[in-house]
Design a protein around this ligand. Structure first.
Ligand code: FE2
Length: 256
């Protein structure tokens, strides 16, 4: 059974350290090296691989130091500004980590070369796991720095088509703010109200808001509901296509 450890870092980032095989591990988006070293040491794990979802510093900041000190490989969807990236991966590429198979899903939107990593279900992984970086957040999605809204909407649809029970691990803890934004659009959405209450309780007890699941996100993530008739009505855009609804939501969230 694989083990995922969530390491909160840099204020609101999440770094994920994942054990596979006997005592090997990979890490997703190590914005900070020291907390990863501490966790590796505590569990006696060997770091073999770094998976980067995109090039922003708060996701890659610790990667070079980790590589230098452990000899691990760096995998990303982009070439990078340094030669540190060992392997640039494309859509559909399968990465093997012991028995686990991780599929690369390209998700341009937040940046042009953003990718997500999907660990497929298997004998040792009962539910798939998805690392989304700054593409899909719990209850939200990333800002559009390098792409247009339609591109991000298409990327989100790719993620929404994964199995409902897939566990979602995102790059930042913006969960409470995302649900508050959703309620500013749909004040009477009971599913979102219930989730916000649950998350406030969890976070208040020093718990984490990850993981979520694809089904949870399809129900309560306002951005994934851009194709719903309720949301069209709430925005007064009854005949607009989903891509335009998504663009309007993203614009409003940027000013929330
Ligand atoms: Fe980012």
């Amino acid at each position: 059974m694989d083990t995922v450890i969530t390491i909160p870092a840099l204020g609101d980032n999440f770094i994920y350290l994942v054990r596979y095989g006997s005592n090997d591990a990979f890490v997703v988006d190590p914005g900070d090296a020291s907390s990863v070293f501490r966790t590796l040491k505590k569990h006696g794990w060997t770091l073999t691989t770094i998976l980067l979802t995109h090039h922003h510093w708060d996701h890659v900041g610790g990667a070079s130091e980790l590589k230098r000190k452990t000899g691990c490989k760096i995998i990303a969807g982009y070439e990078g500004h340094s030669s540190d990236v060992d392997k640039v991966v494309e859509d559909g590429r399968i990465l093997s980590m012991g028995e686990a198979q991780i599929k690369v899903i390209t998700t341009p939107g937040h940046t042009r070369s953003s990718v997500c990593y999907y660990m497929q279900p298997s004998n040792t992984v009962p539910k798939g796991m998805l690392w989304t970086g700054d593409t899909l957040f719990i209850g939200g999605c990333g800002r559009l720095f390098e792409c247009d809204p339609q591109t991000m909407w298409d990327s989100l649809l790719k993620l929404a088509s994964l199995p409902d029970d897939t566990l979602v691990y995102c790059g930042h803890d913006y969960t409470v703010e995302n649900y508050e934004f959703a309620l500013s659009i749909e004040p009477d959405n009971d599913a979102v109200k219930k989730r916000l209450d649950e998350i406030r309780r969890t976070v208040g007890q020093e718990g984490l808001s990850v993981p979520s699941s694809i089904s949870q996100e399809k129900m309560t993530n306002v951005f994934l509901r851009a194709d719903s008739s309720e949301l069209r009505a709430a925005l007064g855009m009854k005949d607009a296509p989903a891509g335009e609804i998504f663009a309007e939501l993203r614009r409003r969230k940027d000013h929330f």
